[in-house]
Design a protein around this ligand. Structure first.
Ligand SMILES: Nc1ncnc2c1ncn2[C@@H]1O[C@H](COP(=O)(O)OP(=O)(O)OP(=O)(O)O)[C@@H](O)[C@H]1O
Ligand SMILES: [Mg+2]
Length: 512
């Protein structure tokens, strides 16, 4: 075949293999294969500078054994390869038998004086800096191509490899950064969910802390009870992050949020083909939590049909995936939480009593916020500090406003309280919140029939993020409209909206 066509074929195949793999070694191996099969070059070798030892190490070598490769270490300046590395200039040894610089370190060529071999050695560069060497052997007898042709092709290949090394370094760096970030986030989680970030000095809270410390050291099953928003999940995490399982996963399942037919597979996983749509085998939450903690939120809502299987896991730590026959064993600490009256469930036969007793080994009761009103100023400080930081503000509450908060019943407990403080921080144009200002931000979250729960805003639960965003949006628009005497165009300008946008939102929120 025409020499030029061979060259083009080789270069085309080489760029294809570089594009097909991010793994440098895989790509380089293919390249050496192509240089040999298409162009008849032998013992193609890629040697790269080791960033730590400063030695040149063979990355990939075509036609060399592992042992031969391992012998191929050079220092910069040493031998032909070392010399090319040092000077950044290509070197051609027309006959290696005649060249004293040629070290034959890999000893792969036997007695070099008997073979007529030309050795071509090209620098591999990134941004002009030499980072490695590409070399090949040519037997005198296969010289259909001129030496100049060889040099030209190898220069192109060396520069392509340089690009690939750069990409591979970038990918590795990125991976390293992700691993590092993951580690930082993990650490952040561990500090965020320490017990000392749980606020409250009430005697009932002290009892909670004591219980948390006691159970953290054990594998005991814990049942956390308390009204909505009292901090059940917070305490569950504090137990996990304060225990020896801290490095293993904390997995949460909300038994009330997952429809009954899906819950079994969610908890225990399923085998491929177990039911329509089960196209892959899937690990359940118990398996994912192996070695760590499984937090079963709203465990009081666990369907009666699943309770026997769950009881067995609690007792024996054994179960089968849905549609599976082999029994799996796990090591999982179980923490349940519920706001329900489980004892009522026993009487109504919606909760099995054997499960109840097995689950209720260590109960922890969280007091409602109204039972520990003296903690309200502490909580206020805690949330105010956080939200002021988050939103770049410096809002304070007047004494009268704090009194009002202490007297309030907070049916939604700490969650409602927290939302109220955040809303006040975001919305308020004053730096000091007085009772009048505070009242605007209270009763908006959970109290039913409040004036903010009107019209289409009701679509989403009001303590969800979308619900809050809508409430805030509606309020800002109402405020702007009243400031501008109801003139929509002016209110739009004030809010940075177009007249069309404000018109749409006024209709959406049903603002009179
Ligand atoms: N003692 C506390 N100190 C600081 N923050 C708290 C405390 N108790 C609860 N919180 C905060 O209140 C919010 C609600 O807490 P959490 O989600 O743990 O409550 P819950 O009891 O699980 O509520 P629900 O029953 O509605 O699921 C969270 O943002 C949590 O960080
Ligand atoms: Mg919860």
């Amino acid at each position: 075949m025409d020499q030029k066509i061979l060259e083009l074929t080789a270069l085309y195949e080489i760029s294809k293999s570089l594009a097909s793999s991010l793994d440098l070694r895989v790509a380089a191996n293919k390249i050496m294969g192509i240089l040999s099969s298409v162009l008849g070059m032998r013992r193609g070798t890629l040697t790269l500078l080791h960033p730590e030892t400063g030695e040149l190490v063979i990355e990939v070598a075509h036609g060399l054994t592992q042992e031969e490769m391992e012998r191929g270490h050079y220092r910069i300046g040493e031998g032909v390869t070392g010399r090319v590395m040092e000077t950044g200039e290509p070197m051609i040894v027309p006959d290696i038998g005649q060249e004293p610089l040629f070290l034959n370190r890999t000893a792969s060529r036997g007695d070099v004086t008997h073979e007529n071999i030309t050795f071509l050695c090209m620098p591999v560069k990134i941004y002009g800096e030499t980072i490695g060497v590409l070399s090949v052997d040519r037997l005198f007898k296969d010289t259909a191509m001129s030496l100049d042709d060889d040099i030209r092709v190898l220069t192109i290949v060396a520069s392509q490899i340089g690009q690939a090394v750069k990409v591979s370094e970038m990918v590795n760096q990125e991976r390293q950064q992700l691993i590092e970030q993951n580690r930082r986030l993990e650490q952040q989680l561990q500090t965020t969910f320490r017990l000392r970030n749980v606020v409250g000095q009430d005697r009932k809270m002290e009892e909670v802390y004591q219980a948390v410390e006691q159970v953290s050291a054990t594998k005991a099953t814990v049942l956390i009870r308390g009204e909505s928003g009292t901090g059940k999940e917070l305490i569950a995490r504090a137990i996990h992050y304060g225990s020896a399982r801290v490095g293993a996963p904390f997995i949460k399942v909300n038994c009330a949020a997952i429809p009954e037919p899906l819950l079994e597979s969610e908890l225990f996983g399923h085998e491929k083909g177990a039911f329509t749509g089960a196209t892959e085998t899937r690990k359940g939450r118990f398996e994912q939590a192996d070695g760590g903690t499984l937090f079963l939120d709203e465990v009081g809502d666990l369907p009666l049909t699943l309770q026997p299987k769950f009881l067995r896991v609690l007792q024996e730590m054994k179960f089968e995936r849905v549609g599976g026959s082999s029994t799996l064993s796990v090591d999982v600490r179980i923490i349940g939480a519920t706001h329900r009256n489980l004892e009522q469930g026993l009487r109504d036969h919606t909760f099995r009593d054997d499960l109840y007793y097995r689950l209720n080994v260590v109960p922890i009761y969280l007091p409602a916020l109204r039972e520990r009103a003296a903690d309200i100023p502490l909580l206020l400080n805690h949330f105010l500090k956080r939200f002021n930081e988050e939103h770049g503000k410096s809002i304070e509450f007047s004494h009268e406003a704090i009194d009002l908060m202490v007297q309030h019943v907070w049916p939604g407990n700490v969650r409602e309280f927290e939302n109220c403080v955040e809303r006040a921080v975001i919305m308020s144009r004053e730096t000091v919140i007085d009772p009048n200002e505070l009242k605007k931000h209270m009763n908006r979250v959970l109290s039913s029939g409040a004036e903010s729960v009107r019209g289409p805003i009701q679509e989403s639960p009001l303590d969800s993020l979308p619900g809050n965003v809508r409430a805030i949006e509606r309020e800002q628009i109402t405020d702007a409209l009243s400031q501008c005497g109801g003139v929509q165009a002016r209110a739009a300008k004030l809010l940075g909206l177009t007249p069309r946008q404000i018109g749409y939102k006024i209709r959406k929120y049903n603002i009179a």
